[in-house]
Each structure stands twice: as C-alpha cells, then as structure tokens.
Design a protein around this ligand. Structure first.
Ligand SMILES: Cc1cc2nc3c(=O)[nH]c(=O)nc-3n(C[C@H](O)[C@H](O)[C@H](O)COP(=O)(O)OP(=O)(O)OC[C@H]3O[C@@H](n4cnc5c(N)ncnc54)[C@H](O)[C@@H]3O)c2cc1C
Length: 428
C-alpha cells in the first residue's frame, strides 16, 4: 500500500516510522526544513515517553533530553510534588526542544525507510471521480521557504493528514473545525535561567486576570537543561475574556511576579514570545473519510485537561498505521472495487477506535474546561484539592490520562468507572 503523509511533526513522523518499519511504501511531505522551531512547551509526559520507547527512539542526555520526576503544582499558597507513578507508564517524563525532537523523529522515520520530502507544502487534494482522496499536490519551496513555482503531485492509496492545527489537507477536504469542542491558546518563551536543570515540570494553576480572578488555564516552567527554561501559559476558551486577552502581557505580568533570581525577565529572554492554538477534544471530524485519515492536531486531539498534544499525536499515528497495515492485508489478492471495499472496512475502524480510546476522557475534559471557565469554581477547586495530596495525585492521573483500560489498581478502577458513565465524544 502506498501511503502519503502530510506533515512531519510528531504525528507524521511516528506514523511514517510504524509504516515504513513494517514494509509499507511511505512518502511524507513537510513544508519546512529541519531543524525548525515549533511553538510548544517541550514537555513530554510518560504517555509520550511510552510512544518513544515503542519507536526505539534514543532519549538520553546525549540526545539533548532532560528527565523529569513528576509534576510540581503551585496554587492556593501551596506547592505539591507529584512524582510520575503510574504502573502502566514509564516513571519519568522528558523535556526537549521541538527544534531537536521533531528533527530526530523525522530522521528516525527516514532510517526506517520512509521518504521525507522537506520544502513541500501541501496545497490541494487529488481526488477520483467518486470524490475519494487519491493523493496530494504540493508547492515546492526553496531553502528560505519561498515558492519556487513548481508544483508536484503525489498519488497514494491512503493519505494521512498530520499537518497540525492549520491542516491544509483536512480543510481542502472540507473538514472545518467544530465549535462544540473546547479550544485553547498557548504562548511560550525561553529565558536563560538558573532553573534550567529543574527536575519537576512545574505548573502554576493560578493565572490571574487584571481583576485578580484566576483564568481557566495554567502557567508552566520547564527546565530545558541547556541553560534555558521554557515558560508559557495555556488558556481555555471557556473564560469570558477569551480572545480579548493580550496573552503576551499576561505572560509578562506573571513572570514579573517571579523571584528575580530566576531571571524570567526581558533581559534574559531568548527569542520571541510565540503562541498558537490548541485544538482540543476531537474538534475536527470525521477522522476517516474515503482515502483520508486525520492524525494528532489535524484531528483536534489535544487534551482539554492539560493541553498535552504530543503523546496523542504519536499515539493516533500508531493506531492509524495499524489500521492502514490491516487494510493492506485485507485488500491483498483482491482488485478494483473489492480491494477498496476490503481496505475501507479496516480504515473506517480507526475513528471508532479513537472514540473508544479517548472519547470519554475528552468529554470529561470538555466539561472540566467549561467548569473552570468560572473563576468561582476554579478557586473552590484549588482550595479543596491543593491541601489533600492524595486527592491531587488522583486528579492528576485522571487529567494526564495515566491509566490504561486493563490496569487493576484502585485509582485505575475509579477512573475507569468515571469514564464508563461519560458519553464518548464522537469522532464521526
Ligand atoms: C505554546 C504551546 C505549548 C505546547 N506545549 C505542549 C507540551 O508541553 N506538551 C505537549 O504534549 N503538547 C504541547 N503542545 C501541543 C503540541 O505542540 C501539539 O499537540 C503537537 O505538536 C501536535 O503534533 P502534530 O504532529 O499533530 O502537529 P504539529 O506538531 O503541528 O506538526 C505538523 C507538521 O506539519 C507541517 N505542515 C503544516 N502545514 C503543512 C503543509 N501545508 N504541507 C506540508 N506540511 C505542513 C508542519 O510544518 C509540521 O511539521 C503545545 C502547543 C502550544 C501551541
């Protein structure tokens, strides 16, 4: 089966690796050239580390990774250290800039046999008479990202849209984002700081607005280990001020209130403050249409609970690769309509599988996003939770989705019970 992937971020490169290493013919079209920046907090939770382990991706200090022990939460005048401790996931997280992470992932996929074409910006879908997606057209860009005027066409049996939140591919298929799902916005900047070697991923749960009310979101400080820290904030669209806030200013005012010795100030800022949208809770569906599958941010797979999107992008890529390989097997030996029908029956299951995996979690996350849009609820939740570490530990496991469907611990069973009674967000 010939597979074409739009985008070589975590979703695209992970799918490319899983497919190429199992013998599929894979081409990835990536508009930028590596190494390139991607606006991100650079935080990899144990869920993301598990995906990296499945890829066999080296992730020691020599590759530029910094290990984290867990989360440090700061709110209501308290600090709580919650180590990563879920039996079904690695007991560490990581921090690495996306500049290096995305390039390493792409090289890893290349080494497995995937063809990755940089400087190829997807512009259009190719379709057959029935409307089925049969490939992509891409503008070829020069070294500085300008169009050369050349357009190339690529044909495939299936196209995976892994081109992030702006997903040209899904938009060309008419798949607009859904307004009934939450959306976030996040901004971040790097600062040289003595906190660069921090071992905890630090989350500040009280980001005040101008009136001193907590905004629905949080701020983070992640030590990168290279002399800098990644500092940023993510805010949900459930607040009344969403869209009207000057996020750079909220970031500046929040960091100005930090101890001076952390040097989170303009003088120590490295590079610009940059931000982007967080597409959450399956905000673009259906995840499968004839010849096309959506992965990661292109399918709105950021968690409304914590803004985490890398692990979901990588995991959706692994699932998509599995269904593509099953489709290839199902179609083997058949021709024409029969082959397509057999393949589609397998590909179609990807959407249902995602819904089964994360549908309840994302519905709960959407309710959570709505609730904390009220400063009163946000304040009450922090005042109740922060003094009770056991409660916060449970809440963090629930929010970070650090449990599996077969785990047997008490907390796991409680989380599963909550999710069982929660309707699953649709992926169709
Ligand atoms: C400020 C901020 C902080 C964040 N912090 C974290 C965090 O700490 N941890 C976490 O887990 N998540 C975080 N996220 C979310 C995370 O960045 C995304 O969920 C994740 O990058 C999604 O991966 P992806 O592969 O789906 O898409 P992307 O990473 O966006 O990759 C898409 C790829 O497609 C390419 N592309 C785009 N358009 C085209 C085109 N037309 N043709 C060809 N190629 C194209 C892009 O260049 C890119 O390489 C953060 C997001 C923001 C904005």
């Amino acid at each position: 089966m010939r597979v074409l992937i739009a985008g070589a971020g975590p979703a695209g490169s992970t799918a490319a690796w899983h497919l190429a290493s199992r013998g599929a013919e894979v081409t990835v079209l990536e508009k930028t050239r590596f190494p390139r920046e991607k606006v991100c907090g650079d935080g990899l939770t144990p869920r993301a580390v598990r995906e990296m382990q499945l890829l066999g991706l080296p992730h020691g200090p020599e590759q530029g990774y910094r290990r984290t022990k867990g989360l440090k939460l700061i709110a209501a005048g308290r600090e709580l250290e919650l180590p990563w401790s879920s039996p079904d996931f690695p007991d560490y997280g990581l921090v690495r800039t996306r500049l290096g992470f995305d390039e390493q992932l792409a090289e890893h996929a290349r080494a497995a046999g995937a063809r990755i074409l940089e400087g190829h910006s997807v512009s259009e879908l190719l379709r057959d008479a029935s409307g089925r997606v049969t490939g992509l057209a891409a503008s070829v860009l020069d070294e500085s990202g300008r169009r050369t005027g050349e357009t190339r066409e690529f044909e495939a049996d299936v196209v995976l849209a892994a081109d992030g939140n702006s997903t040209r591919t899904a938009l060309a298929a008419g798949l607009e984002k859904r307004d009934d799902r939450p959306l976030g916005v996040a901004y971040r900047a790097y600062y040289t700081s003595p906190r660069t070697d921090d071992e905890w991923m630090e989350g500040w749960l009280e980001l005040p607005d101008r009136q001193g009310n907590p905004l629905p979101g949080y701020g983070w400080i992640f030590g990168v280990g290279d002399g800098t820290v990644n500092v940023g904030l993510g805010i949900l669209n459930s607040s009344r001020q969403f869209g009207k806030l000057d996020y750079r200013q909220v970031l500046r005012e929040w960091t100005e209130a930090m101890p001076a010795e952390w040097t989170l100030d303009e003088e120590h800022r490295v590079g610009p403050v940059r931000g982007a949208a967080l597409p959450m809770g399956f905000n673009r569906t259906p995840h499968v249409s004839p010849g096309l599958m959506l992965l990661g941010d292109a399918g709105g797979m950021v968690s409304p609970f914590n803004g985490e999107g890398i692990s979901y992008a990588m995991e959706s890529a692994r699932y998509a690769a599995d269904f593509v390989l099953r489709a290839s097997e199902a179609a083997a030996g058949k021709t024409g309509h029969a082959a397509l029908e057999a393949a589609d029956a397998q590909l179609g299951q990807y959407a249902e599988y995602l819904r089964w995996q994360w549908g309840s979690h994302f519905t709960l996350g959407s309710v959570f996003a709505q609730l904390i849009g009220s400063p009163r609820v946000m304040r009450a939740a922090l005042a109740t939770g922060m003094p009770v570490p056991q409660l916060m530990r449970f809440v963090v496991r629930l929010m970070a989705n650090l449990t599996t469907k077969d785990a047997t611990g008490l907390e796991d069973r409680a989380i599963r019970l909550i999710e069982r009674f929660t309707p699953r967000a649709s992926t169709m």
